[in-house]
Design a protein around this ligand. Structure first.
Ligand code: 3EB
Length: 339
């Protein structure tokens, strides 16, 4: 070790379109994760010493994409049962796939409890960002219950069992994929770095009325991850949709839904909202990057592309998906990261 202050490192993400027409700078530390949005079922693997989650989210109207999460610290990776993980001493990435089954509840509960146990054992006791990629999300399971509701019950049971150790869920995404089964991945960190942020325009998801399901999803609208040392922090923006209060607004109006979603994000990431949580940052829509746009109906893709592109700077990295959204009346959902 040379003299001087120890740099503890940070994570970032690089979103690529395939074919890989740009190469990334070799990270100073290592690769925490690769998430591949592919044209078929994939699951998890360890490739070149890094975890990879391949999820079936690309159909005939959209292009494959890859997200690479890199750390400035040395990374070690491994297998944990069915899951893959990587850690750098500050951040844990964990991914697992649950294959198709008639009813998901109990398996989802076990999947989440196993994941939480693993993260806690290694000291990553704060959740920073979670993605739940759910096949047939608005279809019925074998008992006639919507798969998203089935999933939400299992997840809620796991978090209820861990109530004394984990608080609320962090920023999250619950979105459809093109084949049955559930892909879960998350980033957890050492304690003391996260702040969960709500949106004054939206009812907290954990207070949704019961008509949206017996067990409310308890995710935050965004999670602020404080930077280490003098690094800037990261604001993870949850999958955001055209919901005001708890209601879907602009039903059957794609333009209205896109604009309302962007407005939700703008208010969520703005100075006034972040200040309520003691986060002294001021983001605008133009700061949203590493964007994922989920569009339910292929016919809406051109309009959504135009409208989202027009709202964001030309350099913003955006990946487009044509998948189901978790309420049948939601036509679009948008997420991203502000730094
Ligand atoms: C919503 O705002 C849209 O179940 O983890 C967004 C983000 C949504 C995360 C989840 C669901 C989830 O209610 C749906």
């Amino acid at each position: 070790m040379t003299t001087g202050r120890k740099r503890r490192g940070n994570i970032s993400v690089q979103l690529h379109r395939c074919p890989f027409d740009r190469t990334i700078d070799a990270p100073a530390g290592g690769v925490l994760a690769r998430v591949n949005f592919a044209g078929g079922v994939g699951g998890t693997s360890l490739d070149d010493g890094a975890p990879r989650l391949t999820t079936h989210m690309v159909g005939e109207h959209t292009e494959p994409a890859e997200e690479i999460w890199v750390s400035t610290l040395p990374v070690t990776a491994g297998l944990a049962g069915e899951a893959v993980f990587a850690e750098d001493g500050e951040h844990l990435f964990y991914a697992v796939r649950l294959d198709a089954r008639p009813v998901y509840r109990d398996a989802v509960r076990r999947m989440y409890e196993t994941a939480l146990e693993f993260a806690f054992e290694r000291g990553y006791t704060e959740m920073a960002r979670m993605w739940n990629l759910v096949g047939g999300i608005t279809d019925p399971n074998a008992e006639g219950v919507e798969i998203y509701q089935d999933f939400c019950v299992g997840r809620a049971e796991a978090f209820a069992a861990w109530d004394d150790r984990v608080g609320r869920l962090p920023a999250a995404t619950g979105i459809g994929t093109l084949s049955q089964g559930v892909d879960l991945c998350f980033i957890a960190v050492r304690p003391g770095r996260t702040t969960h942020i709500e949106n004054p325009r939206q009812t907290p998801a954990y207070e949704y009325p019961v008509r949206y399901g017996p067990k409310s999803p308890s995710f935050a609208r965004a999670t602020w991850l404080r930077g280490l040392d003098d690094e800037p922090g990261t604001l993870f923006v949850s999958g955001t949709a055209s919901i005001v209060g708890a209601e879907t607004v602009h039903v059957d109006d794609i333009t209205g839904q896109v604009d309302e979603t962007l407005r939700n994000i703008e208010v969520l990431v703005g100075r006034e909202n972040l200040a309520r949580y003691g986060v002294e940052r001021d983001f605008e829509l133009k700061d949203l990057d590493q964007v994922r746009v989920y569009v339910r109906d292929a016919e809406h893709l051109p309009l959504v592309r135009d409208r989202v592109r027009a709202a964001l700077p030309a350099h913003t990295r955006i990946a487009w998906f044509n998948v189901d959204v978790c309420r049948p009346d939601l036509l679009v959902e948008i997420e991203g990261v502000c730094r």
